[in-house]
Structure formats: structure tokens, C-alpha cells
Design a protein around this ligand. Structure first.
Ligand code: ZN
Length: 558
């Protein structure tokens, strides 16, 4: 059962000015489809790639195989299609397709017979590659080049790669291959060496904000700059995610898009919490740190997500400390806080904290639900940082109890206050483990029927609606797909929505479902089947680890 909460049309018929994006794409198609760039100059944030490609096309020096690598939403598919367009358009100018001729229009409409897109996630075997090898010999039927785009190319099997390699070794002159991947390290070196490789960057914050602003303008809508800023921050350099989020916000915003609506839909920014953690660490105040974790646990928050945000915060502090100014993605308040905090923490200490946080994230992965690894990390970090003077601003903080108290060993300070609030670390940990065991014990056969869950979904959406219209809208679009023991597998159409619910909102979803279905329920959030672009691991975490693992690269991140 699907419940559509928001069906309000978001455009006024007839009032739309001419725009080249709206020729053929249906009015209600997703924003990222309608605003898919149709020329190289419309690609956001990948100038290093588009410039090289345009030069090559203009001088007739195109390669027979390209490898486009980058995280999701950075423009791989768009660039692949643009290459197909540019090599087949008879009217290119400076390597840019005209976007008007029959060929350009056919490619834009997805009916150009010589552009063949293969999704390697579902066609990963040798048969598909053999088929490709047989068909590639035939001359193109409409244009000059037959262009094969292999999406998620890393998913091909070894045999399929071998078959593809044979074709790449002796490609017919009219054939061109474009491999797109989120995981280039999984592509065999033999294949990579036969391609010209381009690494797509995460799209800079400014670029994402500008593109969102452009869309809002073209859609004749109004948006608070802070709202677009917040969407761009959440999207983490993926334009596609940003556009999908904007789509959702537009769908339920009544009038101008404000920060409040974005917060309601995507969850308020949690940087204040990570800032509080770093205040505690800089002040060597273990009690404060552990108390903060306790609050998160009590609120049913996902600690792994918190740690990942803390890693981001560490990264921002390293940046601020190293360059003397906060990252441009930081809001005004956050920038002020980062500047103050960076003064009080040395790079050495930050490196130690970041390393420990990355380890803790791993530990939390295997000890799901237990806050112990994070609590121990905080206590370790404050005991090992005795030599570092606390930052002046942390000392001055008004809400810090017994500020005049001389520094005592943190562990002794931590214990009494914790007991007073919510029991010892260990007791909490045990309680959580028991809950875990109870739930997983009966996980052999489904505890409820899928049909029952589907029927209960409307009630779930209604419940969510009482708390947040934005959450309800996302749940209404989601769908229970399967049940494995006590775990309900929930499909989400958008990757960012899946991440959000899997990482951050799972506890509330589990609680609601447990109450409605009157049995302990766990939830796993997946991408809806049939929706392309699977993301096997978390790009946000990977980026953080990449950066922190190679401090020499920090200056490059922008
Ligand atoms: Zn053209």
C-alpha cells in the first residue's frame, strides 16, 4: 500500500517561461532529471574534466575508452551522455554539442540507438559482455559513433571483465566505451590502462548552492539562502542528492522554502552536539563528554552517525587550524565556534582524536547499540590529553559546573555524575546488550506477516505526521519489502532518505513499528529494488577517512 501525503502540484500551468530543460521531459519528473545538464558548460564542479574533454573533441583526439570515477551524484552519467552527444553532433563548437540538432535531441530524449547504456549492477555476467562484443562490430545506425556506457562498471564479474578487455584491445573504429564507477579500485588494472581516466570531484559547496538557487529561480519559487545552504551541506558534494532533497522540500513547503522546512525534512543540523563533544575533550572534561553521550543514547540517537559527524567536525577543525580560517561550508555560527575551538586544540591532539573516532566508528559497527566504545574513547582521550591546556573559551563557559575546581583525574569526575543521572556505563551497556539478544534470538522465521506490516504502514505514517510532516512524507514514499525474523526490510527510493533513516532515524522507526505491531521490531533500510545506483558503503565516512588518513591532502579539499 502506498500513501501519498503530498500530491499538490507545484507549478502554475502556462506561466512558465521558455526554458530549454522543459522541451520533452514531463512536468512532474524529478528535478535532477529535468535539470540534467545538456552541455559541458552546464556541468557543475568538474571543469578539470569537461575542459579536457572539450579540447579532445574539438581537436578530434577522442579516446576509445574513458573511465569516469567518482562518488554518486557528481555527474558521471551526465558526462557520459554528453560525450556521446559531442562525438555524434555534426554542429559541435569548441567541443560543445549544439543541443539542437536531431542527434542532440534524440540523445536528450533517450531514443538515440547508438547510445547504449548498460547497468553493470544487473548485467554483470559474461553473456552480456559477449553480446556486446558481437554487436559492437555492426556500424552505428544513426550517428558516427556507437557509444557504450557501462554504469557501475566495478560490478562486472572477472569473466565479464576479460570479455570486455578483448573488445577494448581491438575496438572497431566506430566504437566508444565509457565506464562509470563509484569504486575505481575494483576495476582491473588491465582495463584501467586501456582507458583515459577522469576522477570526478565532490561538487564544491558553493557550486551546489548556486545550482539549487538556479533551479529555484527557474521554478519561480522563493527560498531562504540559509535553506539552500543547509540542503547543500547535507548533500555532501552530491548534486543529485541535493536536487532530490530540494524536490522533497518543494513538495511540502507551503510558500517560500525556509530553513525550518529543511530542518523538518532532513533533520536539524547537529553540529552543536559535536561542538559540545570537542569542548569537553579540549577541556579534558570526561564527565561532560560522557554525559553528552548519555543524552544521545536516551534520545535513541544513532551513535555511529554522531561519531561520523564528530569526524567531520575534527576535519573542519584541522582545516581551520591549518589554514587560519574555517571551511566555506560552515555557517556563520559554526565558523565562529570552529575558530574559537581551533585555538584550543593542537593539530597533534586533533590527529589523536580523529584517529580514535575512526576506530570507535568501527567498534560501534560491531557492538551495535552499546555506547561503551564511544564512552571509553572519550575517557581515554581526556586522560591522555592532560598536557594540553584547555582553550580559554571552554574555561569561561557559564554552564560548566564547578568551573573553579582544579583538574582532577577525569575518571573520578565522570563516575558520580553519571550515576546520578542514569546509571553506570557498564549497566547501560549490559541493558543494551540484553535487548539486542532478546530481539535477535527469535530471528529464524518472520515474527509478523509482510501483509500485516503493509497494512500497518498507514498508521505509521500518521504517527510520524504528528511529529514531523517531512518525516511522514518520506515514510509514505517508503515501502516494507521483506521480513527476516524480527527485521523488517524497508525500501527507500532515494539514497539520501535511506541513509537518513538507516543512520539517524532508525530507533524511532523501530519503536513505532514495535508499538504498532506489538512485537519487538528491528529495521534495515535499503534502496528500493529497480532503482539504479546502489551504494555499497558510506561515501561520507569514506571521504572523512580518506582525508584524515592523508593529512597532506587536507589542503586540497574544497
Ligand atoms: Zn547537435
Amino acid at each position: 500500500m502506498r500513501v501519498r501525503v503530498f500530491e499538490r502540484s507545484r507549478s502554475t500551468e502556462g506561466a512558465r517561461p521558455f526554458s530549454r530543460y522543459h522541451h520533452t521531459v514531463p512536468e512532474r519528473a524529478a528535478l535532477y532529471r529535468r535539470y540534467r545538464p545538456q552541455t559541458f558548460s552546464a556541468i557543475v564542479g568538474q571543469e578539470h574534466v569537461t575542459r579536457t574533454l572539450r579540447n579532445a573533441i574539438a581537436s578530434g583526439q577522442v579516446a576509445h575508452a574513458y573511465l569516469l570515477s567518482g562518488v554518486r551524484g557528481t555527474g558521471k552519467t551526465s558526462i557520459a551522455r554528453l560525450i556521446a552527444k559531442a562525438v555524434n553532433c555534426p554542429n559541435t563548437k569548441d567541443g560543445e554539442p549544439c543541443d539542437r540538432c536531431e542527434t542532440c535531441v534524440a540523445i536528450r530524449d533517450g531514443r538515440f540507438l547508438d547510445l547504449i547504456e548498460i547497468d553493470a549492477a544487473s548485467n554483470r555476467g559474461i553473456d552480456e559482455m559477449r553480446d556486446l562484443r558481437d554487436k559492437v562490430r555492426f556500424a552505428p545506425s544513426m550517428g558516427q559513433y556507437k557509444v557504450y556506457v557501462i554504469d557501475e562498471a566495478h560490478q562486472l564479474t572477472t569473466e565479464a571483465f576479460n570479455a570486455l578487455l578483448k573488445t577494448l584491445e581491438e575496438p572497431p573504429p566506430h566504437a566508444m566505451f565509457i565506464l562509470a564507477t563509484t569504486e575505481s579500485q575494483k576495476i582491473p588494472a588491465t582495463i584501467v590502462s586501456r582507458t583515459q581516466r577522469f576522477d570526478l570531484r565532490r561538487i564544491p559547496h558553493k557550486g551546489v548552492v548556486a545550482q539549487l538557487g538556479k533551479i529555484v529561480g527557474q521554478e519561480k519559487l522563493e527560498a531562504d539562502p540559509a535553506a539552500l545552504d543547509a540542503i547543500a551541506r547535507q548533500a555532501q558534494g552530491s548534486l543529485r542528492d541535493a536536487e532530490s532533497m530540494l524536490d522533497m522540500v518543494i513538495a511540502f513547503a507551503n510558500g517560500p522554502i525556509t530553513l525550518k522546512e529543511v530542518d523538518d525534512l532532513l533533520g536539524a543540523s547537529d553540529w552543536e552536539e559535536t561542538a559540545a563533544l570537542f569542548d569537553a575533550l579540549a577541556a579534558a572534561d570526561g564527565a561532560k563528554g560522557v554525559e553528552l553521550i548519555g543524552r544521545l543514547v536516551d534520545d535513541g540517537r544513532d551513535l555511529r552517525l554522531f561519531v561520523r559527524r564528530a569526524i567531520e567536525h575534527a576535519r573542519a577543525l584541522v582545516f581551520t587550524r591549518a589554514t587560519g580560517h574555517p571551511p566555506e561550508t560552515a555557517s556563520e555560527q559554526m565558523a565562529a565556534k570552529l575558530t574559537a575551538q581551533a585555538q584550543g586544540i593542537s593539530l597533534d591532539q586533533l590527529a589523536k582524536i580523529a584517529k580514535r573516532l575512526v576506530e570507535t566508528e568501527q567498534h560501534l559497527r560491531t557492538s551495535e547499540g552499546t555506547p561503551l566504545p564511544l564512552e571509553l574513547a572519550v575517557l581515554d582521550l581526556v586522560t591522555s590529553s592532560e598536557k594540553v591546556a584547555p582553550p580559554p573559551d571552554a574555561r569561561r563557559e557559564a554552564d560548566r559546573p564547578a568551573a573553579a575546581r582544579p583538574p582532577a583525574p577525569p575518571s573520578t569526575r565522570a563516575e558520580p555524575r553519571r550515576d546520578a543521572t542514569r546509571g553506570s556505563v557498564v549497566a547501560i551497556a549490559e541493558r543494551r546488550v540484553v535487548t539486542e539478544a532478546t530481539i535477535t534470538a527469535g530471528a529464524t522465521s518472520p515474527v509478523v506477516k509482510l501483509e500485516t506490516v503493509r497494512k500497518a504502514w498507514g498508521e505509521l505514517v500518521e504517527r510520524a505526521k504528528e511529529r514531523s510532516v517531512g518525516k511522514a512524507a518520506q515514510l509514505a514514499k517508503a515501502e516494507p519489502l521483506a521480513i527476516d525474523g524480527a527485521t523488517i526490510v524497508v525500501g527507500f527510493g532515494e539514497e539520501f532518505a535511506r541513509l537518513l533513516w538507516q543512520d539517524k532515524r532508525r530507533p524511532e522507526l523501530e519503536q513505532d513499528l514495535s508499538e504498532i505491531l506489538k512485537t519487538a521490531i528491528r529495521v534495515r533500510c535499503v534502496r528500493q529494488p529497480g532503482v539504479p545506483e546502489a551504494v555499497p558503503d558510506d561515501p561520507m565516512l569514506r571521504a572523512a577517512i580518506d582525508t584524515l588518513g592523508r593529512p597532506d591532502r587536507i589542503m586540497e579539499i574544497e
